[in-house]
Design a protein around this ligand. Structure first.
Ligand code: ADP
Length: 653
């Protein structure tokens, strides 16, 4: 649904950054010194490029040694460059705008992980995240969780995937309408991989889906349209919240205390056949509404078509709304969504950066688009892997002549998010934190009950989030592991992913071959007289073929992650008939983990035998008493295995 007069431009939108947005050449930006003057004090001179960029940090002009500054490669920052530069200046970190011959501590990428081969340091993208948050993949991941935990995952509108589920969609709607003839639903069709409202339209009936343009070539998600959104000034708006996935393993999530609210530019009316096509009434995308004559550029946080979320909360609070409840519902939505995404993300991660191989650590800022319903319930619309971090917008000076002008609302929110993300991943503090946690580990032996009291929040305050001189307190608030106790029971599918990854084997693979699947069945002792290996092969072929015919990724053959989940759920239902689904799945996971732990234990015993024989040999040859590292590792692993066995035995099997 294109707005009248829309033409391809890239305003300072907070939509997903379209892939391939041009990098801003360094010389197009105001010189750093001039910038610094505009934005406040900072010691950094003009950013240097070229071979000299490899040297120069580490010594002050007088030759005195100083604490090395954190180095950041910003050469691929693209449209987030402006906000990144301001953040780096505030932090007094060292920017390498043209890259560096030596490795940097942090690589800031505008688009995706695959921009470059990086073997150390940290990069602000996870492999696979862009694929993971595409409309279809996200819908599938949430649907898996809705299948297991329908009540907990009711914050995502009912969705169908087109064209695969077209007939299912039609049938389901027909049945529901027959059951309740007064039900007059509206649906929103969104092309997969689209952004900025591109190609989106509303329909009243499944038969209205536009087949022109070929759904086959551009699959889509069709979703129940939320007809009763909360209105402010009679306008529909949505919320863009910034979420930092700081680490996948262990899971660490932070939410920015403030976000942006993007407003429609025409008063809202519930959808009717007459107003379905009115984008300025139904779609909150900034990139669309900026073309409306009613769009108001905000010069402060409380007015205009883009405001801070905190200004909306203030307004709601003044009307007596329990904004604490709104926030806690939003936090819960964010944690649950990330829990839905992590299993497949781990599959991607391991295929790009297998454990034990050199590679960077990853973190990522995600943009969550959330709609508040009239009853204040937050609903997830989508997740953006590359939320726009632009801090300026285009202004039409005279017809057809545009200029980029600063957008104070964008700058207020986005610079804080980037700067504080950097503070949280600061490698120097990370080192301190590691030493600190090692010390804590020793203490923990004696004072276990201290750790039982909750996640190590104090550690966070002491080491990570202590306010640096002159910087405001962190705008990012930790929500996981802080609230882990309330949400850990939802992390079942993560354990299924661990099983899948164990049998994947080869680097670069995200699909399980028939031998891997057979080994999984054999090692987990899932085959028996009722379920022969021949049936296992049929199950593999059946599910794999079906998923490969609907999937987007046809490059690799084999069983994809979603197909494995389906097979796993099938096996769980077959084995534990009388239990509810989540318990069936949990029981099968326990069963598999137990048998794998037994197997590992056996292998360790055999391995130890070999090591002992080898040690005896080494001792004889060198007449020394050296312990090889190989003799240590199994001991550590054995403890993990033993505790897993104990865990299992505590369950009643
Ligand atoms: P895009 O990535 O193209 O921006 P979104 O999923 O964010 O796609 O949808 C665009 C806009 O459409 C949203 O900002 C929101 O205003 C509206 N929208 C999307 N899904 C729904 C829904 N299920 N109910 C009501 N409005 C929706």
């Amino acid at each position: 649904m294109e707005p009248p007069g829309a033409r391809p431009r890239s305003p300072a939108s907070e939509a997903a950054e379209p892939p391939g947005s041009p990098a801003l050449p360094a010389e197009e930006h105001p010189p750093a010194a001039q910038e610094a003057k505009r934005r406040g004090p900072g010691p950094q001179g003009p950013a240097e490029c070229g071979a000299r960029a490899g040297a120069g940090d580490g010594r002050e002009p007088g030759g005195r040694a100083r604490r090395p500054r954190v180095t950041v490669d910003s050469s691929k920052a693209k449209t987030s460059l402006e906000a990144l530069k301001i953040s780096l200046r505030q932090l007094r970190w060292k920017e390498f705008p043209c890259g560096r011959r030596l490795p940097c501590d942090i690589y800031w990428h505008g688009v995706s992980f695959h921009d470059n081969d990086i073997f150390s340091g940290q990069v602000n993208k996870f492999p696979g995240m862009t694929e993971m948050v595409r409309k279809i993949t996200l819908s599938r991941a949430v649907r898996t969780m809705q299948y297991l935990f329908p009540l907990e995952y009711n914050f995502y509108p009912r969705s169908w995937i087109l064209p695969d589920e077209s007939s299912f969609f039609e049938k389901e709607i027909r049945v529901m309408k027959d059951r309740d003839p007064s039900w007059k639903p509206t649906f929103i069709v969104k092309p997969d991989g689209g952004c900025q409202g591109d190609g989106i339209y509303l329909i009243k009936d499944p038969s209205d889906i536009r087949l022109t343009g070929g759904l086959q070539s551009r699959p889509a998600v069709v979703q129940e349209y939320i007809c009763k959104p909360l209105l402010v000034d009679k306008l529909k708006f949505d919320i863009r919240l910034y979420v930092l996935l700081k680490s996948l393993e262990p899971l660490e999530i932070y939410i920015a205390k403030d976000g942006l609210s993007r407003f429609c530019t025409e008063p809202y009316q519930e959808p009717t056949l007459k107003n379905l096509h009115q984008v300025f009434m139904h779609l909150t995308n900034y990139s669309l509404n900026i073309h409306s004559g009613n769009f108001i550029h905000s010069d402060n946080a409380n007015t205009g078509s883009k405001r801070t979320f905190s200004s909306i909360l203030c307004r709601l609070s003044s009307k007596g709304v329990d904004v604490k409840k709104v926030w806690s519902d939003i936090i819960s939505l964010v944690i649950k969504t990330i829990i839905a995404l992590t299993p497949e993300l781990k599959v991607y991660y391991q295929s790009d950066i297998p454990s034990g191989k050199p590679g960077p650590t990853c973190f990522q800022i995600l943009g969550f688009d959330i709609l508040l319903m009239k009853n204040l319930k937050p609903m997830l619309l989508e997740v953006n892997a590359n939320p726009s971090m632009r801090i300026e917008h285009e202004k039409e000076l005279s017809p057809g002549v545009f200029e980029n002008v600063p957008s104070p609302v964008d700058e207020e929110v986005k610079v804080a998010v980037i700067r504080d993300t950097l503070r949280l991943v600061d490698p120097h503090k990370q080192k301190k934190k590691d030493v600190h946690s090692q010390t804590l580990e020793h203490v923990s032996d004696a004072k276990e009950e201290l750790l039982d009291a909750g996640p190590p929040e104090r550690l966070d305050h002491d080491v990570s989030t202590a306010p640096e001189a002159g910087l405001p307190s962190l705008c990012l608030k930790q929500v996981f592991p802080k609230y882990a106790k309330q949400f850990n029971y939802l992390r079942l599918v993560d354990r299924v992913a661990a099983l899948f990854i164990r049998f994947l084997g080869v680097k670069g693979t995200t699909k399980l071959g028939p031998t891997g699947f057979r080994t999984f069945i054999r090692n987990c002792k899932l085959s028996n007289s009722n379920f022969s290996m021949a049936s296992v092969d049929i199950l593999y072929i059946d599910i794999t073929r079906r998923w490969n015919s609907v999937g987007i990724d046809h490059k690799e053959s084999g069983m994809c992650w979603q197909a494995f989940v389906e097979a796993f759920f099938f096996l769980a239902q077959k084995k534990y008939k009388s239990l509810p689904l989540p318990e069936q799945v949990a029981s099968l996971i326990d069963f598999c983990e137990y048998h794998l732990a037994v197997l590992d234990e056996k292998r360790l015993v055999c391995g130890r035998g070999i090591v002992e024989r080898r040690n005896a040999l080494v001792t004889c040859q060198t007449d020394g008493l050296q312990l090889t590292p190989a003799a240590h590792t199994p001991l550590l692993n054995r403890m993990a295995t033993a505790s897993k066995l104990a865990d299992y035995r505590n369950h009643q099997y």
